[in-house]
Design a protein. Sequence first.
Length: 303
Amino acid sequence: MNTSIEFPRPTRRLLLAAAASAILIRPACADALSDGRFRAEVAAVLRAMLPGAEILPDPDPKQILFGGSTIALTNLYPRVAPLAGDARRRLIETHLATALKAVNAPPSTGEPSLAAVRTQLRVQLLPREILRQVPDLATRTFSETLVVAYVIDGTDRMRYLTRSMLDRWGVGAGAIPIAIEAPAPANLAEASRDAAFALAVADGTPIFVMTSEDDNDDAARLMLPSYLDRVRGALKAEAVTVAIPTRDLLMAWPADSKARAGFAAEVRDRLRKGPYGRSDELFHADAAGLRPLTAAERADHGR
């Protein structure tokens, strides 16, 4: 489904772009859990408890990678948020001590197999720079600025697949297309069959689409032809320009929109303000599929 937003009749092209920008702007602020500040605080406490410990940032700021395991911060943050000083630090230390027992415990013989999590596999799009922080991530190239990553989308958190995990499952490079790349996007497509988006309309004409699910998968739907077909249909356009400035925002507009330069500028602004930045890259979607804009098309969008 989609929601239609009707604008008053614009009198100038500038007003159309301004109205679109006003609708697109969302609060850019984020709490300390979402923007990584709390993770940095917890990491500092962990380093004090274990000097010299190697702590890696997870692509999700609500988690820390340590000792080959993930320490989730989602449940800890609400308990710590009202506290300050020594009381706050002691609670973080207690939580970490419990988590470290699990990290150092012998591997569980009941660890889920690939078959057990196959229906939970999904795809995500991440900025290429993430590989400098977490080089063990299992990824493949998507575009100049983005890579495809794979996740286990559980009931309480999302866990990214690493090459080490694939090795433990016995999934070599040759088996990834069938074992991982086939079910992951299919699962996302199934979960996205009724994914909503907002459709902005001016003077009876659709002018742009923005996502509204806020389920961590908005940007990833750039990889779903069926979803982009719905977007093109809503915009009544054979070709659209699409962008994913953040994880929770997919934007699209007719490729020949008079406000295309304004939309392209808005993409960069959304990426800059975040959180969960992805890319300011622009893509062309039509019946033939999805591709990055050519140099001429980028110039036509003010890039």
